[in-house]
Write a protein that binds this ligand. Structure first.
Ligand code: SF4
Length: 408
């Protein structure tokens, strides 16, 4: 698939840098290792060790070159088993039982790779949705929530360290707590809000079937929770959604209406997929119509890419990849107009902006309707220290970004 190729290309790029002032050891981890470990070792001899995603704690040893064994992989190591596959020899299992689920009430030590003022917190691992095109449940297992006490303690630590924006992530954040029996995403948000401080809290990836009234109430109840929802609809045509196995959910436009009714000032992000097996021109036109009708603020579009081992791979009426790509491009063209129009409504308004520092285009920040790294930004007329909240008058807009004057 395209995602696999992109990851392999990146590994090859890093391998080329090895010994040229780049990395001295190359350790590969994540889902890719479980599926394509053998191919990685064959294709990229520079790789020193593979660490399956279930064995996070072993990364440090693998990076330090302290894994057991002399070769890069353990003979007979299970493809999806735990334990890094070090250079030959034995399987260097360090903590095969480690998982999000059994992490204690304190959080594991972490080194943050993002800017000081923002952080992601993982609230669960795996997925139980079994969408027909996706391998994540079979690779990462059923959804397992991380205990709330552990998440709250990490949040408390991060806010104490000066973090100003915390983004909660999981493959299916809305399912949080269902496996624990007592917690839910709304109750987790309430617990997190007990952490004192001036910050933004954001939730990503809420499955359409889990946008509950209670969740909307909690989000609307406190200005520290961003008025922002990322609901990956994937499609809007009922037959396509059914083939995708996207579960029982209200129609996408009903979800959007309910969210906007509860929070008229909400910003919505979604992802859509084009070219799923059997998608007709009419199904595709439904997508075009939907983004217009729903006034989606931020859109990610992915052309379907066949993943061996999924039910979708065996479906009839596969859509040619160039058709899937053309449809994706067409959706994004349409979205450009919608985005420009929605942003233009903000000109003249005063918004709270979290300053991000500056890049090659100058100083910038984000308002709460713009998630880090995936959405647009607000270009600022003056330098503001990263991590500071400032009041900004929005003076101009383009397709994806805004411009503003710092007034406070
Ligand atoms: Fe995969 Fe997302 Fe579906 Fe889970 S909800 S199976 S991660 S596409």
């Amino acid at each position: 698939t395209e995602a696999v190729e992109e990851s392999l290309d990146r590994i090859v790029e890093l391998a080329q840098l090895k010994g040229e002032g780049g990395p001295t050891r190359l350790v590969v981890t994540g889902c890719l290792v479980s599926r394509y470990g053998d191919e990685i070792l064959k294709e990229v001899p520079e790789v020193d060790a593979l660490v399956p995603h279930k064995d996070l704690e072993s990364v440090v040893k693998a990076v330090l070159g302290q894994e057991q064994g002399e070769g890069r992989r353990a003979e007979g190591a299970e493809k999806q088993g735990a334990g890094p596959r070090a250079k030959g020899g034995e399987e260097p299992v360090l903590n095969p039982e480690f998982s999000i689920r059994n992490s204690e009430s304190t959080f594991p030590y972490r080194v943050r790779s993002h800017p000081e003022h923002r952080a992601y917190i993982k609230i669960g691992e795996g997925c139980s949705n079994w969408c027909a095109y996706c391998l994540i449940p079979s690779i990462r297992g059923e959804f397992a929530s991380r205990p709330a006490a552990s998440i709250v303690s990490e949040m408390d630590y991060l806010i104490g360290q000066g973090v100003r924006e915390v983004t909660l992530v999981a493959q299916d954040s809305g399912r949080y707590g269902q496996d624990l029996g007592e917690d839910s995403l709304p109750s987790l948000l309430r617990s997190l809000l007990t952490v004192p401080g001036d910050y933004w809290l954001r939730v990503l990836y809420v499955h359409p079937s889990r946008v509950t009234d209670e969740l909307l109430e909690v989000i609307a109840s406190d200005p520290r929770i961003c008025r922002y929802l990322d609901v990956p609809f994937q499609h809007v045509s009922a037959p396509v959604l059914e083939r995708m196995g996207r579960g029982e959910a209200p129609t996408p436009i009903d979800v959007v209406r309910r969210v906007r009714h509860a929070m008229p000032d909400v910003y919505l992000r979604t992802t859509l997929m084009t070219g799923f097996p059997g998608e007709t021109e009419e199904d595709f036109n439904d997508l075009l119509h939907f983004i217009q009708l729903a006034g989606i603020d931020h859109l990610g579009v992915f052309p379907y890419s066949l993943e061996e081992g999924t039910p979708a791979a065996g479906m009839k009426d596969q859509v040619p990849s160039d058709v899937a790509r053309t449809r994706a491009d067409k959706l994004m063209e349409e979205q450009a107009g919608i985005s420009a129009q929605r942003l233009s409504r903000l000109v003249g308004q005063e918004l709270t902006i979290l300053a991000e520092g500056f890049d090659e285009k100058g100083p910038f920040g984000r308002h709460q309707g713009q998630a880090p790294e995936v959405d647009g930004v607000v270009r600022l007329d003056e330098d503001v220290e990263a991590g500071t909240f400032v009041q900004v008058l929005i003076t101009d807009s383009d397709v994806y970004d805004l411009k503003g004057e710092v007034i406070e």
